[in-house]
Write a new protein. Structure first.
Ligand code: SF4
Ligand code: SF4
Length: 317
């Protein structure tokens, strides 16, 4: 496994990052024990980097894996929160420290930023994180974003160390331009000294049938230190780590990983409240005949809508 430094920080991460959304209650909803086994397989293959979020509710399997793994301080944890003020961010950081049983969080991001305007709107939370960084509770601060404008904005903010942008070889889910525009923004941010790790290399699951091409596209971009991939089985971990290491994939491994394409499922008890429509960053949802409907061609299967549904009526299956 190759390790790269994240921008100007002293944090070194494996080129493959374990994306914890897939094992979380928003998607596969694995038990802490089952999720931990998949994470431990990733550690065994050289992965030292986990990406999660307060919103994913995936701290229990990560904690279980860290507890079972001998030297958990070697593992880099990135988490995120939608908190916009000091109080909310303090709660988010304390929850992460407590539930992950850590003395520090390596990377704390503002979740889903769109532009300089939204970053400024979260400034109290940023200032809290800066204080936490000085106290040694956080090592680096940044944003995650699906927006090209978000990347360009964070690049210009000195307090931001890390950017996690959505990027994949077909540009699915990128907001505000093409994949070429996103690559340009990422290269600009990299030139400004920001550490960058991409998310959604498989378009949220649309390109799982062609993982080699999807991963290679991102591995060839020098500005990216790492690529976060959601994985839900030991076979997926083995396949993705082999791809990143340039190792061959056996037919039996390919067969084990081959899966049906995932999709967004909306239960018939949806009450048509429209909350999910407002929360979808891709504008992939609408209300039709009193119930939510998805445009599958633009849905990136991020599962964010499901986390906001008061009726638990949406999930990625
Ligand atoms: S948030 Fe849930 S209940 Fe409301 S419209 Fe969306 S799926 Fe239906
Ligand atoms: S419909 Fe839901 S899963 Fe699809 S992009 Fe929107 S928030 Fe994400």
């Amino acid at each position: 496994m190759e390790y790269r430094r994240l921008g100007a920080t002293d944090i070194w991460v494996s080129r493959l990052c374990f994306g914890a959304l897939t094992i979380s209650p928003l998607q596969r909803d694995m038990t802490a024990l089952a999720g931990a086994q998949v994470i431990l397989k990733a550690f065994e293959q050289g992965v030292n980097f986990i990406d999660t979020s307060q919103f994913y509710r995936a701290y229990p399997p990560i904690r279980a894996a860290l507890n079972q793994y001998g030297s958990s301080d070697e593992i880099v944890i990135a988490t995120k929160s939608y908190a916009y003020d000091e109080k909310g961010m303090a709660l988010a950081l304390n929850q992460a420290l407590d539930e992950l049983d850590r003395e520090w969080i390596d990377i704390f991001l503002l979740h889903e930023q769109e532009s300089m305007l939204t970053i400024r709107g979260h400034w109290e939370a940023v200032e809290y994180l800066v204080k936490a960084k000085h106290q040694g509770l956080v090592r680096a601060i940044g944003i995650s974003t699906h927006h090209i404008e978000g990347v360009r904005a964070a690049a210009l903010v000195p307090e931001m160390d890390i950017i996690s942008p959505l990027l994949n070889y077909r540009g699915l889910g990128i907001i505000g331009g093409t994949k070429e525009d996103m690559v340009e923004a990422v290269e600009f941010a990299h030139g400004c000294g920001k550490g960058i790790y991409a998310m959604k290399p498989f378009g949220g699951g649309h390109y799982v049938q062609d993982p080699a091409q999807a991963l290679q596209y991102l591995l060839d971009l020098d500005a990216l230190s790492s690529i976060a991939v959601g994985m839900k089985s030991c076979e997926e971990v083995e396949m993705n780590t082999n791809l990143v290491k340039g190792l061959p994939i056996s037919t039996s491994l390919q067969d084990a990983v081959k899966s049906q394409p995932r999709r967004l499922h909306i239960d018939d008890w949806c009450i048509g409240c429209g909350i999910c429509v407002e929360k979808c960053p891709q504008n992939a949802l609408c209300i039709k005949n009193g119930q939510a409907r998805v445009d599958a061609s633009i849905c990136v299967l991020c599962g964010y809508c499901g986390g906001h549904c008061p009726e638990f009526a949406i999930k990625v299956i």
